[in-house]
Design a protein around this ligand. Structure first.
Ligand code: MRU
Length: 347
């Protein structure tokens, strides 16, 4: 069984959400507790907690923790306000809005019942969101592994492991499951500029799991593929549109274009909760833009660009569905045409 640190939990008395502060990794494994909505918002915004499924799970617990303090008079007004506030924090990953709305809708459906009953139900719902994700990640790992062979080396992008989800993760799930089964599957981990989720988080998770991984800069992926070092690209997803276009960490699209050129399959692994059938295409997915200081100076000992130089810092890009060989969800492997087959997935 996997032995990964729990990235999200309720504090024992239920008054706070406890997370690993991912900004401190790999140097320090520190847990922090978030009690008020400003601290929760800041944790999402600064990527102390990050990864599409993880911020959805986190938001579920946050709504519960906040709702415990509302009085009966103000309950629904404050719930609506706090939910809107949390959702406004990051726009691209659909899970944040979806799970927050799920909590809000449950409370509204119970209007008229005693407030303590509603709060209890919110606590159960937050745990259900978390448990569903654990089960989905396990199933995604299994389905993803069916596409790989012993001796393969994969390219990973960003971090789609346990820190970004729960337990197995999505993009890293097949690797972790393979290791558990004694299969030899290795990874090139691209560092993922500018926030280095690959270098800081994926390399840390894979090393801890005893998986052979080699860190490369993002711009080395083409040479690695040209030289036949990579047999598949595995990536997670922040929001998939109804036609299969997949928003994921900036750089995913570039890796997929290179992979297509060198005939390396690209697999996007995600829970069905990350598919947004209300977005017809990737052009409808909002792309978060972040502070250029992440490019100019963050992670450097001293700034590596002229002070004040103009930066453009989109946090995600959209991989066109034509570049995706298969989509892996907890319900199995889906092949093109995605517009037809994703619709089928949702019955
Ligand atoms: O900005 P981040 O670190 O939250 O971006 C995360 C990613 O892009 C992940 O690859 C994605 O959420 C899939 S994780 C299961």
């Amino acid at each position: 069984m996997l032995n990964t640190p729990k990235n999200i939990a309720l504090s024992p008395d239920g008054s706070a959400v406890r997370i690993i502060d991912q900004t401190l990794l790999p140097g320090e494994l520190r847990y922090i507790e978030l009690r008020d909505r400003e601290a929760m918002y800041e944790a999402i915004q600064k990527l102390r907690i990050r990864g599409a499924p993880a911020i959805g799970i986190f938001a579920g617990y946050c709504v519960y923790v906040l709702a415990r303090r509302y009085g009966a008079e103000e309950f629904f007004a404050r719930l609506d306000e706090d939910c809107g506030y949390l959702i406004s924090c990051r726009p691209t990953a659909v899970n944040l809005a979806r799970q927050t709305e799920r909590m809000r809708a449950l409370a509204h459906a119970m209007a008229g019942r005693p407030i303590d009953r509603i709060v209890e139900a919110l606590g159960r719902e937050a745990r259900a969101i978390h448990e569903e994700d654990i089960a989905m990640c396990r199933a995604i790992a299994e389905a993803g592994l069916s596409l790989l062979h012993g001796g393969d080396t994969v390219l990973t992008h960003c971090n789609a492991g346990p820190l970004a989800t729960s337990e197995y993760g999505t993009g890293l799930g097949p690797l972790l499951l393979a290791a558990e089964r004694g299969m030899d599957i290795r990874a090139y981990v691209d560092e993922t500029r500018p926030l280095l989720q690959g270098a800081r988080l994926t390399a840390w998770e894979l090393q801890n799991a005893g998986i052979d991984c080699t860190l490369i800069c993002d711009n080395m992926a083409a040479l690695a593929m040209k030289q036949g070092r990579i047999q598949a690209v595995l990536a997670g997803c922040d929001r998939m549109a109804a036609n299969g276009d997949a928003a994921n960490k900036i750089g995913t699209c570039g890796a997929a274009i290179i992979a297509k050129h060198y005939e390396v399959p690209v697999y996007i692994l995600l829970p069905s909760s990350t598919i947004d059938m209300t977005c017809p295409t990737g052009a409808d997915i909002p792309i978060e833009e972040r502070d250029g200081e992440e490019i100019r100076s963050l992670w450097y000992e001293k700034p590596m660009a002229p002070a004040g130089v103009k930066c453009w810092d989109p946090a995600f890009d959209v991989t066109d569905h034509e570049l995706i060989t298969a989509v892996v969800t907890e319900k199995g492997v889906i092949y093109p045409p995605y517009d037809v087959n994703l619709k089928r997935l949702f019955g």
